[in-house]
Design a protein. Sequence first.
Length: 422
Amino acid sequence: MDDLVVVGAGPYGLSIAAHAAAAGLDVRVLGRPMASWRDHMPEGMYLKSEPWSSNLSAPGGRLTLAEYCEDHGIRAEHGSPLPIGTFTGYGLWFARRAVPAVEERTVTRVTPHGAGFRIATADGPDLFARTVALATGVMPFVNLPGTLAGLPPGHCSHSSDHRDLCRFAGQDVAVVGAGQAALETAALLAELGARPTLVARRHRISWNTVPQPLDRPPLRALREPHSGLGTGWRSWVWSELPWAVRRLPARTRERIAAGALGPAGAWWLRERFERQVPALLGHTVHRAVPAGARTRLGLTSAAGETVVLDVAHVVAATGFTPDLGRLELLDAGLREVLRRTGTGRTPELSGCFESSYPGLFFAGLLTAPSFGPSMRFVHGAGFTAGKLVGGVRRRLGARVPPPGAPGRRSVDDQDGLSTVKR
């Protein structure tokens, strides 16, 4: 029986596995490495976050994105966006160096079993583990508005369904949404020869400003500090103090997770978008029906007027909604007994990301209502990995030798959670 099975091999899963391996745990990682980035983002997209805030986490701050770029002769500078392909390559490079071999197995069910868990997969025998960390990424939580969800296959898709947008060349496409995914998808569609129209409920598009230099006068740096989630004190708190966010009332945490760092486009995308994509802002989709091979959208403007938009396809760039009920690989009975936070859509978690069921840990989007908006971004993986592995070691107790024991590599304690009493 393994000490820890990590389900998911994206930035959070790989970071957790790196810390667990360095702590001497018997850890296995299941999933396709960097799957969301490799399979669910169109070619030509860029990383929105700055290179220095996009690191996966290994103990001691090793194996950074900057190291990868230097080794591969890639220029990585503050204020210069990196292609998604570069970040994907970095994740695969990190996996080869920091974690045990990732097993590309599809997990179908995680079920309590004795003092641990049974992990069933679609392509191999069941596994057994004392603890499990669910780092499943965002794909289980795709958000498709109800007005679009009823359309037949082929008429509507989510932005995460597309790796290659070339199939839409020469076609009219409605892109629904106002965040980075919607804006960049629309721009890419136009550049590939499609005729996109952006449809958004928001009355204006928000654009991030050009990032301030890292080296600034002390007073200016104090007024607007840099952080992994942007510039300013509010972003700094969300970025650097997830533990403090967790101590807020549940409803407050949920409101912050849902509303902080809302939809906005990257500064470097604005000119590309505005020169080639028409936008219907302040419009709500109230009806969506097939019209032969095409799709007809009924829109309502802010003034109450009705607008009809007839397109070949609709791309919903409407994000992801954390909802424990959608995590179908987790045994339904186990989901039901988990304590929930706030409105009840996400699990209540301890300070080390452990749920109310002993040994079951969560990472990523589902933890945002507990620890704040940093859990929606790669930057949150560092805080998560250290705390979570500390919690695993605490849960395993005397089964795991303390740091520095013969045959075990050391790992820094995280708020004392990694201390083992013998």
